[in-house]
Design a protein around this ligand. Sequence first.
Ligand SMILES: Nc1ncnc2c1ncn2[C@@H]1O[C@H](COP(=O)(O)OP(=O)(O)O)[C@@H](O)[C@H]1O
Ligand SMILES: Nc1ccn([C@@H]2O[C@H](COP(=O)(O)OP(=O)(O)O)[C@@H](O)[C@H]2O)c(=O)n1
Length: 213
Amino acid sequence: MIVAIDGPAASGKGTLGKRVAAHYGLPHLDTGLLYRAVARDALTQGVDLDDAEAAAKVASALDVATLGDPALRTVGAGESASRVARHPAVRTVLLAYQRSFAYGPEGAVLDGRDIGTVICPDADVKLFVSASPEVRALRRFLELTGRGVAVSEASVLADIRARDERDSTRGAAPLVRAPDAALLDTTNLDIDAAFRAAIDLIEAAMSRAGRAG
Ligand SMILES: Nc1ncnc2c1ncn2[C@@H]1O[C@H](COP(=O)(O)OP(=O)(O)O)[C@@H](O)[C@H]1O
Ligand SMILES: Nc1ccn([C@@H]2O[C@H](COP(=O)(O)OP(=O)(O)O)[C@@H](O)[C@H]2O)c(=O)n1
């Protein structure tokens, strides 16, 4: 089974992706980490994030073993990621890895911005996770301050709004809900309730597919 989870910044995609994957015993890929890691490597090598060709070269040399790097979790890394993510050439390089991950023997859970639209358009289940920008900013603020990062809630909200705008308006694989994705608005749901809602949507989609097939 392939589960595609998309949505805007800090909507809870990664949290849900991890729990859904554990529930079904599937591997999970947080695809945002790929873009964050490409931006990290580009900056380390002095590559201009707006240089599409150079950024694509960095993407082709990406070592996925480095995706656990805590430096990828900063606000700056997210902002830089959304700059390299605009380049079609970067996206093309990262597509192959994401597809090979998704189409492994058991399937997988992937979360990102274009999983249901571009990476796995034929995913068995597609979820579009959302929440109000203010609620998403509060959650990310609590996450960052919980890790000891000094940041204001207002600046987190500004970053989230700027990134959502850039991700939704870019030409290449913009953030958009696939027509066949189920909407999961978690504004008023805690993590457990969001997880239960996600499982209900997945089970409903799988049973519809079973009846159709
Ligand atoms: N439904 C929820 N209610 C409260 N906090 C949540 C919920 N979902 C996720 N979070 C928290 O919000 C933050 C962002 O979640 P995350 O899964 O990293 O989002 P994304 O992968 O979409 O950026 C994390 O600190 C996470 O623990
Ligand atoms: N499938 C994906 C995943 C992330 N991205 C880009 O990578 C950035 C960081 O993604 P992320 O999922 O780690 O960000 P958060 O939602 O965790 O804040 C996004 O703002 C997008 O620009 C993308 O373009 N396509």
